[in-house]
Design a protein around this ligand. Structure first.
Ligand code: A3P
Length: 308
């Protein structure tokens, strides 16, 4: 099946989820060729639900022995997506094709992905590779996506009106969607294998970032020592990765991401609020999406905070 896309003219259904044709190609190669190592770390997410933030935090936490939080930290120079490259857009994307970088990557290797759990390369599931997953209430995720897509939209595609985007979204038609199935796949795995998948919500991380930074560090096997805690290492990491700081960095003000698809770094930093959707949703839209989410997530005890 094929449907009108958001960023690309068409989306295609592949293994139960919607993608552009180049993404399907990349995911195929990823599934057939990627050899995970036990100490690999994968930052997985629904697009527009805090990926950039989680990548920054993970990099800062895991690489802190090599890169203490200082004036020369890589996060001051590179966008988090460059430091934690995604499988489907960078490593295995044929326009970008950085597969040759794999053997050179310093361990532990950090990767990003929006690929749903069921479609990850088998070796990720079979090795001790750890996965941290982030998702966000789907009202904010939808608006964040819609604004992002309309900003980066290639010139040959007209901007997508909100109502039209919403109708497609409600049918699950969005890159890497249906989003509720994406969330449920990682959620189930985090319950079945809590040492394999850490399931995070954007709203929770915002609410208590210290607690979640410690949790991430422990889960990944890089816990903070008492000395680090008393030396303010956690606070420094949080400050380094904060929205305000990241947004102000020169690399994010001016830089671009990717060779094949040029996305300006600044587009990854917008408002970072919980509840911005109220400025866009009409009452019938609220009712419709609420019903869909309730139905799709029923049976799980998953719920999301919609407002601050
Ligand atoms: P908004 O569009 O609601 O502002 P992703 O990184 O998955 O693309 O998600 C993008 C969303 O995360 C955007 O939300 C963006 O502003 C927000 N974001 C980016 N960096 C952040 C950070 N360091 N801390 C908190 N939120 C951040």
């Amino acid at each position: 099946p094929r449907e009108k896309g958001w960023i690309t003219p068409y989306l295609h259904l592949f293994q139960g989820f919607w993608y552009s044709s180049s993404e399907i190609q990349a995911i195929n190669t990823f599934q057939n060729h990627f050899q995970a190592k036990d100490n690999d770390i994968v930052v997985a997410s629904v697009p527009k639900s805090g990926t950039t933030w989680l990548k920054a935090l993970t990099f800062a936490i895991v690489k802190r022995q090599n890169f203490p939080i200082s004036e020369n930290h890589p996060l001051l120079v590179f966008n988090p997506h460059e430091l934690v490259p995604p499988f489907e857009f960078v490593i295995y994307d044929e326009t970008n094709w950085q597969v040759h970088e794999l053997p050179k990557m310093p361990e532990p290797r950090l990767f990003g992905t929006h690929v749903p759990f069921s479609s990850l390369a088998k070796s990720i599931k079979e090795t001790n590779t750890k996965i941290i997953y982030i998702c966000r209430n789907l009202f904010d995720t939808f608006i964040s996506t819609w604004v992002f897509v309309n900003r980066i939209m290639p010139e040959f595609l007209p901007a997508l009106p909100l109502e039209e985007a919403f109708e497609r979204y409600c049918k699950g038609i969005i890159g890497f969607g249906p989003s509720w199935n994406h969330i449920l796949g990682y959620w189930r795995e985090s319950i079945a294998r809590p040492d394999k998948v850490l399931f995070l919500k954007y709203e929770d991380v915002k609410e208590d970032v210290v607690f979640n930074v410690k949790k991430i560090a422990e889960f990944l096997g890089y816990p903070f020592t008492k000395e680090e805690e008393s030396n303010g290492v956690i606070e420094n990491i949080i400050k380094l990765c904060s929205f305000e700081h990241m947004k102000e960095l020169m690399v994010n003000k001016c830089g671009t991401m990717g060779k094949g698809r040029i996305v300006e770094n600044k587009y990854f930093f917008r408002k970072a609020e919980i509840g911005d959707w109220v400025n866009y949703f009409s009452p019938p839209m609220v009712e419709k999406l609420s019903k869909i989410i309730e139905e799709k997530l029923s049976g799980s005890d998953l719920s999301f905070r919609l407002c601050d």
